[in-house]
Design a protein around this ligand. Sequence first.
Ligand code: PLP
Length: 397
Amino acid sequence: MTYSQNISTLQPSATIAVTSLAGKLAAEGRDIIDLSAGEPDFDTPSWISDAGVEAIRAGRTRYTPAPGLPELRKAVAGDLMRTAAAGWDFAGENVVVSNGAKQALFNVSFSVFGPGDEVLVAAPYWTTYPQALGLARAEARFVQGPEERDFRVTPRELEEARTPATRGLILCSPSNPTGTVYSLDELRDVARWARDHGVFLVSDEIYRRICFSEGNRPAAGLMSLNPDDVGAFAVIDGVSKSFAMTGWRIGYSVTERGLAGKLAALQSQTTSNPATPSQVAALRALTDFERADESINRMLVAFRRRRDLVVSLFREHLPHLAFVQPEGAFYLFVRVDSEYDEETTNSQEWCSRVLEESGVALVPGIAFGDDRFVRLSYATSDELLEQAVLRLAKGGK
Ligand code: PLP
């Protein structure tokens, strides 16, 4: 059968594929340590889950408006305004609540970009960006800063990659897969470049609160900048990572109101609203600031400790492998090409070998656009992290 041109470049999610394989091997009785998943290992805080359960019991089980409950849209705007620089003015009308940040990203990509458009994607990139652009039939063009700068892009690299067809740029900070965080100045430079060249800036800020900064302050986001520095934009965010709510499927976009109306129309004709009880739970997460900060800080303490642990374990047991020093999110991006040989020639083969010989599941870097690396998620217990690194160090011996 022939398929539509619409899905001609579509590939299933590589990270989900590894996680499924690891799960299958574990179900067959293999002793697998799965460091492939892109989600916190914590349960959703009970004060948030309770709101979802109460919503179901109270019969809040019907449709809501397609872009989300008005009170939740307002809460998202209010939450953003808590840390926004002076001059920004958001209301619920700027927000569309979607089935996870992934749908928010798809809505934006599909509504803003199309055939003939080139969109710069800062690499290494989250595996979904080129796929979402492919569905919009736009073309992803990858742009990378030097490895010594942990791949951060600056206007120099962006300008080199820009062509007359360049319509957009997708940036993720803190980054999945590297954990790299752009400083306020670095972000400002990129935003000004985009503004000056009429480039629509998609800023994926889903890991913004998972940042190992002084005093656990969130990473800089577009709203931390002076509004004059920012041209046309979409901020993508959600509760999945910061509140350990990946399965609830609540993400959102923040854009100017005209675009928000288009995104809402697209969503009304594709999925309608995200699950109503999930929206009620997200509403609680985003309005009880005191408990939210407390829950996030507790998670941050664990992530920071694990980051430090995994970094020191790598330095001690695998000193020949370089990695990007992570400043946020919960990933270690490790360079493994020094171990390639005749049989193991790329990141996929390296990961398959390691899964087979050591029972450790990692994601090949090719899924993020760099075949020299693999991604390790340290969103798991200290014990498993220690065991995993020791197994990697021992190899197939
Ligand atoms: N953006 C990035 C960078 C991610 O890593 C993820 C999830 O892995 C998402 C967006 C999507 O989040 P959600 O689960 O809310 O769809």
